[in-house]
Design a protein around this ligand. Sequence first.
Ligand code: NI
Length: 159
Amino acid sequence: MAIRNIRVDDDPILRKTSRQVTEFNDRLFDLLDDMKETLYKSGGVGLAAPQVGVLRRVVVMDVSEDRSDYLELINPEITSVEGSQTGNEGCLSLPGLCGVVTRPMVVKVKAQNREGKWCLYKGEGLKARCFCHELDHLDGILYKDKLDEGECLYRTENE
Ligand code: NI
C-alpha cells in the first residue's frame, strides 16, 4: 500500500466527471488499499478517487472515531434521501477551509464492493452528509458549490 497525493484547491481534475468501474481487478484493489491508507493518514472521514487523481467512481469512507466503520463504495448511487441537516463541512481537497451546507439527514446508497457485489448502505447524520459529499466528488462537485444562501467559506482555526 502507498499514500497517494491528494489534489487540492483549483486542480482541474477535481472538476471532472469520473467513469464507472467495469473491471474488478488488482489495479482496483491497489487503488482501494492506497485510498484507505491515504484516508486514515490524512485524518479525513471520506475520500473519492478523483481526489487522488483517478477519474473512477470509487469512494472510501469511515466516519467513526475508532476506524470501525470502513466502507468501500464502487459505482455508488443514492437511492433515497429523507429530512435535512445544516452544518459545517470540510474537504481534504480544500485544506484549512469549511462552510455551512444543508444536506439530507438520512441517505441510502447502493454500491458495489470490491467483489463487484451490489450492497445497500444507510447513513444518518455525519454518515449521510459524507455519502452526499463524496458522491458529489465523482461528478466534479465540491461542497463550496453548495454553501447555504448567504454563507461563505471560513478558515478553520487549527490549520
Ligand atoms: Ni471532499
